[in-house]
Design a protein around this ligand. Structure first.
Ligand code: ATP
Length: 368
C-alpha cells in the first residue's frame, strides 16, 4: 500500500491535450474515484499511473519513488478493466494464479493465495470452470480476484462494472467497496457514473476536458460544488439552474428572475457585494425545495417562498418530481413519497436558502 502523487501531469496526443496539468495526491489506503464525462481524460490518467502511458510532462510518485518512467511490471499495481479480460483458455484457478506464476511464487503459496482471493470474492466453487461457463458478474469477480491476489500497492479500476446489468452493478458496487475497505489497498477507480462515484469513493475527483475541477468527499462535492459544471454533473434529477440577477432594495438583497423574487437574508450581503445589479445563475437542487402544505423541509434555518404552477408530475415510487412553471422557468422539485398534485394547481414553493448556489455568469464558478 502506498500514497500516489501526481505533479502537474500532462498528456498530449499530438495536438490534443488529454490530461492537462493534473496535480493530485491519493492517500495511502484511500478509495479515490475519477469522475467525468466521456473523453475528459480519466482513462489516460489511470494508464499513466499504471505505466501503460508516459506523461508528456510532470511526475508521478508512489510514496517517495518517482515512477514516471517505470514500466507497469515494476510498479506492483493491478488493473481491472470494463472488459473482464480473463483468459478463455484457462480455468478460473489458472486465471487467478497467473500473476503469481509470472512472479515465480512457490506452488504452495500460489495455492494459498488463490484460495484466499477466491473466498473473498465468493467464487471458491468456480475454480475448475472456464470463463465461458461463467456469467458476466462471475467473470468480473475472477478479474478482481486476479487483481488482488498479488496484494498490489495500488489497485486501478477502469469502469469495472459497466458491462453488468443494473441489479448486479448495484450489488458489486457494495461488494467492491467492502473488499477495498477490508484490504485497505490504495484504489483509483474510473467511472462516468455519478452514483457509483458518490457511493464508493472516499473522495471523488471531477474532471472535464483534461482538467481537475474539484476534489473532495462525495457529500462535500455534492453540497458545495465549485462550478456550474460540477453542480450539474452530479445529482439526479440535476440541479435547477435559473437565470437571475442580484438586486438591492431598501430592506435588503434579492434574487430576481422570471416569475420570482427571492428575499435573501442579510448574511448574503458580504458574499454578494460585487454582484449587486448583475446577472448570475441561481442553482437549487430539487430536494432543497418543497411545496407548502404538502411537505416540510427538514433542518432548515433560512427559507424563502416563491409561487409556481404545477406543469407535470413524475411519480417515481419513492419520490415525486414536480415540474413547476415559475415565469419562463421550469423548476423541478423533489418530494419524498407519492404526491399526486393536479396539473395547473397554484403552489407555494419553499426554498432552503442554506442550500442555494449562485454562479458567476462569465466564469461559471460558484460564488456561494
Ligand atoms: P471514456 O469515459 O470515454 O473512456 P475518458 O475520460 O477515459 O473517456 P480518455 O480515454 O482518457 O477519456 O481520453 C481523453 C482524450 O484523449 C479523448 O479525447 C481521447 O480521444 C484522447 N485519446 C486517448 N487515447 C488516445 C490515443 N492513444 N491517441 C490519441 N488520442 C487519444
Amino acid at each position: 500500500m502506498v500514497e500516489v502523487r501526481l505533479e502537474k501531469v500532462t498528456k498530449k496526443f499530438k495536438e490534443l491535450v488529454a490530461v492537462n496539468g493534473l496535480t493530485l495526491t491519493v492517500k495511502d489506503g484511500e478509495f479515490l474515484v475519477l469522475l467525468g464525462p466521456s473523453g475528459c481524460g480519466k482513462t489516460t490518467t489511470l494508464r499513466m499511473i499504471s505505466g501503460l502511458e508516459t506523461p508528456t510532462s510532470g511526475r508521478i510518485f508512489f510514496g517517495d519513488s518517482d515512477v514516471t518512467y517505470l514500466p507497469p511490471k515494476d510498479r506492483n499495481i493491478s488493473m481491472v478493466f470494463q472488459s473482464y479480460a480473463v483468459w478463455p483458455h484457462m480455468t478460473v484457478y489458472e486465471n487467478i494464479a497467473f500473476p503469481l506464476k509470472v512472479k515465480k511464487y512457490p506452488k504452495n503459496e500460489i495455492e494459498q493465495r488463490v484460495k484466499w482471493a477466491a473466498e473473498l470474492l465468493q467464487i471458491s466453487e468456480l475454480l475448475k470452470r472456464y470463463p465461458s461457463q461463467l456469467s458476466g458478474g462471475q467473470r468480473q469477480r475472477v478479474a478482481v480476484a486476479r487483481a488482488i491476489v498479488v496484494e498490489p500497492d495500488v489497485l486501478l479500476m477502469d469502469e469495472p462494472l459497466s458491462n453488468l446489468d443494473a441489479k448486479l452493478r448495484v450489488m458489486m458496487r457494495a461488494e467492491l467497496k467492502k473488499l477495498q475497505t477490508k484490504l485497505k489497498v490504495t484504489t483509483i477507480y474510473v467511472t462516468h457514473d455519478q452514483v457509483e462515484a458518490m457511493t464508493m469513493g472516499d473522495r471523488i475527483v471531477v474532471m472535464n476536458q483534461g482538467k481537475l475541477l474539484q476534489v473532495g468527499p462525495p457529500t462535500n462535492v455534492y453540497l458545495k460544488p465549485n462550478s456550474l459544471f460540477v453542480a450539474t454533473f452530479i445529482g439526479s434529477p440535476e440541479m435547477n439552474i435559473i437565470d437571475a440577477s442580484i438586486t438591492e432594495r431598501k430592506d435588503g438583497l434579492y434574487i430576481e428572475g422570471s416569475g420570482f423574487v427571492l428575499r435573501l437574508t442579510d448574511d448574503f450581503r458580504d458574499l454578494l457585494r460585487d454582484y449587486i445589479g448583475k446577472d448570475i445563475y441561481l442553482g437549487i437542487r430539487p430536494e432543497h425545495m418543497t411545496v407548502r402544505g404538502v411537505s416540510t423541509l427538514e433542518h432548515v434555518n433560512k427559507s424563502a417562498e416563491i409561487e409556481g404552477l404545477v406543469d407535470f408530475v413524475e411519480a417515481l415510487g419513492t419520490d415525486t418530481i414536480i415540474h413547476t412553471k415559475v415565469g419562463d422557468n421550469i423548476i423541478k422539485i423533489k418530494i419524498p413519497g407519492h404526491v399526486p398534485l393536479p396539473i395547473g394547481e397554484n403552489i407555494k414553493i419553499e426554498v432552503d436558502l442554506d442550500n442555494v448556489h449562485i454562479f458567476d455568469r462569465k466564469t461559471e464558478k460558484a460564488i456561494i
